[in-house]
Design a protein around this ligand. Sequence first.
Ligand code: GLA
Length: 343
Amino acid sequence: MKHISRLLTTASILMLALVAGCGKNDSAGNAGPKSPGSAADKIKIGFIVKQPEEPWFQLEWKFAQQAADELKFDLVKIGAVDGEKALTAIDNLAAQKAQGLIICTPDTRLGPALATKAKAANIKLLTVDDQFLGADGKAMADVHHLGISARNIGRMVGKALAEEMKKRGWNAAETALCAMTYEELATARERTDGAIETLSATGFTNEAIFKAAQKTTDIPGAFDAANIVLTQHAGVKHWLICGNNDTAVMGAVRAMEGRGFAAGNVIGIGINGSDDCIAEFKKPTVTGFFASVLLSAKRHGQETSEMMFNWIKNGVEPPKATYTDGVLITRETYQKILKEQGM
Ligand code: GLA
């Protein structure tokens, strides 16, 4: 009898231990006791970028990591250079039980597929830089987004081009604009349209505006596109250059150098103001890369991460759309401005 009751007691202790263990299942479904604040408790957020080699995206990741270190969440950085990689990346994040995703997609037209995948995996979604396009070709306003005020920033470029051209006393008849375009991307189109619009408003004629359509958004893509324009318009003496970003303008500047244009005959104004642009300003000899609009990589990397963390942890939904601005930097002003911006 005594033997049986001891057996029963052992059995009930075992049962209790099992029940207690089950109660401690973590969000990943793994049973087992764990201490508060352990790795399994940590919020996990993915940060996918389309061009991991571009300094802009490296800076964005750097600031996202700062937010992760401060707020103590796991940041999973993934470079996805094409649509297939972006879709697979969401599957991987889902398998890792990530609760949030910040993404600059390599293809904005994949918006609906990416959003559906994230939703099915219960992953909160925030697009950064490049906004998703719906099946109707319009921006998906229901997906939270943080990007730049693209048209305004393009206008800043146009205004600065016009001012510098005037300062150099260039003759309008000998001057043309080489607009580095990538029109399939809405933010890029808005930027170059903004620059063209403002330049035109200063009296710059349409006949002197040449679009160089890039096939790819890297330096070789810009270099090749600019070379076509330079071949077609060999009589132009002074060139203005605008584009989607620093990479686009830099490719065009290199093409012009290759054709013997001196820096004094080229005014290239980029957008981003990240490491590659600063390296250009630091060169001992002045180049045709005259200026850039410095954007806030900090806001794009850190603020998006904080927004996502807050959304997951405290249920605070970020604004549907946030637009950031920029400030013009040149070889002369960049050090002062970077310092003012705390960079
Ligand atoms: C786009 C560009 C990047 C950068 C971001 C800023 O994604 O390709 O170089 O300018 O926008 O939002």
